[in-house]
Write a protein that binds this ligand. Structure first.
Ligand SMILES: [Zn+2]
Ligand SMILES: [Zn+2]
Length: 294
C-alpha cells in the first residue's frame, strides 16, 4: 500500500466522527445496504466442481450463489448504487432496482468477478447512457485503454470517474463513500475497499484482500470505526485448496479474521466465499438478499 495506515484511519475516523455528531434523522431509514451476491469470482456451483455442494446445486437441492456484490438503495427516492459489477450483474440489478440502471457503480479491482458485469451496459445489451463508474486511477485507465471496455467509454455508455483513496465522496441523500487501498494481486489494476456511510450507520466492504498482516493499517481499528464489516471470506482453511502450499494462498483465513474482530464495534459478516469453503453456511456468512439500514 502506498499510504500509511495512520493516514487512512485518521481520514476515516474524522469523517465518521463528524457525522456521528449530527445524530440519526427521524423516521424510517432512507438508505439500505442490500447483499446482491456472496460467492468468489467463479460462482457456486463452480465449473468442474463435483463436490457435494456443487452437486446439490446442480440437482436443485440448494440455490446457486451469485458473485459477491452489494447494492445501496434509497427506498424513498429509488436512487441506487452497486459495488462491483459481477458476471451476475443482470440478476443483481433486477433484485436491487427492478431492472432500472443503477445511478453509479463503484469498482474494487479488475478481477473477473468484480467488473465484467459492465458489459451489460454496452450496445449488445441496454446501451446505457453515461452511467457513472467509479474506480482508482489505475482502474479507470485500464477500462479506457482496453477492449471491450474502452468501447463503453467511447460510446458513452459509461462515464468514468477517478476516485482518490481516503478522500470521502458525498452523494445526494446523505450517502458518503470513501475508498481505501487494499493489498491484493494487482496484475491489471490496484485494489480498493469501501467505507459506505449513511445518516444512521456505516459499513466496510472488503471482498478481496491478501492476509491482514500485509496491511499497513489494522483491520481491527477500521472495524472499530464502523457498524458492519463485510470482509473477505474466500477460505476458512488452507486444507481446502488441495495440492497447494499455504504460502500460495494469500487470502486471510476466516478463523483468523474472526479472532481479529472479536469484540469490535462492527458486526462481522463474510462475503466472497469460495466453492471449496466448508463454512459457507456459517451464521456469520452473509446471505444474498440480506439488508442493513444505513
Ligand atoms: Zn474476487
Ligand atoms: Zn481479486
Amino acid at each position: 500500500m502506498r499510504t500509511t495506515g495512520v493516514a487512512i484511519l485518521a481520514a476515516l475516523v474524522a469523517s465518521g466522527a463528524m457525522r456521528a455528531g449530527q445524530g440519526p434523522p427521524p423516521g424510517p431509514p432512507d438508505w439500505t445496504l442490500v447483499v446482491l451476491g456472496i460467492a468468489q469470482d467463479g460462482g457456486i456451483p463452480h465449473l468442474r466442481c463435483h463436490d457435494a455442494l456443487c452437486a446439490a446445486v446442480r440437482e436443485g437441492r440448494r440455490r446457486a450463489e451469485t458473485v459477491a456484490s452489494i447494492g445501496v438503495v434509497n427506498r424513498r427516492t429509488g436512487e441506487a448504487y452497486v459495488f462491483d459489477a459481477t458476471p451476475d450483474f443482470r440478476a443483481q440489478v433486477h433484485r436491487l432496482t427492478g431492472g432500472r440502471t443503477p445511478d453509479g457503480i463503484f469498482l474494487t479491482h479488475a478481477h473477473i468477478g468484480h467488473y465484467t458485469g459492465l458489459m451489460y451496459l454496452g450496445r449488445e445489451s441496454i446501451g446505457a447512457r453515461d452511467v457513472p463508474v467509479y474506480g482508482t486511477a489505475r482502474m479507470t485507465a485500464y477500462l479506457r485503454s482496453n477492449g471491450p471496455w474502452r468501447l463503453l467509454v467511447e460510446q458513452r455508455n459509461i462515464e468514468l470517474s477517478t476516485i482518490t483513496p481516503q478522500k470521502p465522496m458525498d452523494l445526494p441523500g446523505g450517502l458518503r463513500v470513501t475508498s481505501f487501498l487494499v493489498p491484493h494481486r494487482d496484475e491489471l489494476t490496484d485494489t480498493v475497499g469501501y467505507r459506505i456511510e449513511g445518516p444512521r450507520a456505516s459499513a466496510l466492504y472488503v471482498p478481496d484482500t491478501d492476509r491482514w498482516e500485509t496491511w499497513n493499517t489494522s483491520i481491527r481499528d477500521l472495524a472499530d470505526t464502523a457498524d458492519l464489516a463485510l470482509l473477505d471470506g474466500t477460505f476458512a482453511s488452507p486444507a481446502e485448496v488441495r495440492g497447494r502450499d499455504i504460502a500460495e494462498i494469500p487470502h486471510p483465513m476466516m478463523p483468523v479474521t474472526r479472532e481479529l474482530l472479536r469484540g469490535a464495534r462492527a458486526r462481522l459478516r463474510f462475503i466472497h466465499v469460495n466453492h471449496t469453503n466448508a463454512e459457507l453456511d456459517a451464521p456469520d456468512v452473509v446471505r444474498e438478499g440480506w439488508e442493513f439500514p444505513l
